[in-house]
Design a protein around this ligand. Sequence first.
Ligand code: ADP
Ligand code: MG
Length: 319
Amino acid sequence: DELISQIAAGEVVERPASVVRELVDNALDAGARHIQVKLMAGGVRAIVVEDDGCGIPVAQLPLALKRHATSKIASLSDLESVATMGFRGEALAAIASVSEMAIASRTASDAHANRLDARSGELQPAARARGTSVEVRELFFATPARRKFLKTDATELAHCVEAVRRHALARPDVGFAIWHEGKLVDQWRPATPEQRIADVLGEDFIADSRAFSHSAGPLALTGRAGLPEAARSRADQQYVWVNGRYVRDKLIAHAIRSAYEDVLHGQRQPSYVLFIEIAPELVDVNVHPTKIEVRFRDGRAIHQSVRRAFIDALAASRS
Ligand code: ADP
Ligand code: MG
């Protein structure tokens, strides 16, 4: 069972940033309004994610660490319309199998928080306000081969920060702070969607892009298309989310590229942010262990709508 968990961990947990993504997903699913991410040594030594969400009832704390234990879907048919970021009940168990993990949590009705040490199973009273703190220490300590593949602390930190940026862009209503070695690295207060984009990607991103909003049946697209005359056109600022989940998708990337080619006859690395909202039953998020890939029921319709949204935004900026 330990081995199976570690194999699953290999698929879910590639590096500290994968842990950050999963823990922040959980905090958002718990309804957090403020999320703190505290890192040591690029996240390799420690990743602590603290939220002010609903908390975990003490009786369910041990369950949260069990493989395939999820409180988010009750039946297989729920899988057809996943509305939460998590649904597999795999992340915490997988992370716990390759680290020293502890969870401290408190619900609104608890008199105090409780802290569960994953390895020893020891449960102790703890002090904290409502919400959950998940501590992940010494990632891959027992699997030196994996640990060896990690890059420098600075690189791992950059990946962790990028993971939080993706969440922060998708959830402007939630406050985020990232700390490294006790120093504040980045902080985003709750804001309007446009202000959050400015806060995360820079004021010049707003000036150098054009907002669009396009809806077609069960599909709503909003975002900003980077303008060609912008000095900065950066491939590392191409962001797509589907129902709040950051994704990489060839079909969408292709649709956007073809829009730029159509209107501007080439703009190789445009910057953009694209938020796709779609009825959950029209997209399968259970394709990849890290949930970074999705499959659309009607890929053609997505391609057309994305292309249309970008063409309109770019054409409007020309006139
Ligand atoms: P999943 O997110 O797919 O359900 P996880 O392994 O990530 O699986 O988490 C297992 C369970 O632990 C969740 O279903 C949830 O009930 C609980 N949980 C984890 N993190 C938190 C959190 N920050 N706040 C509240 N509950 C949490
Ligand atoms: Mg999860």
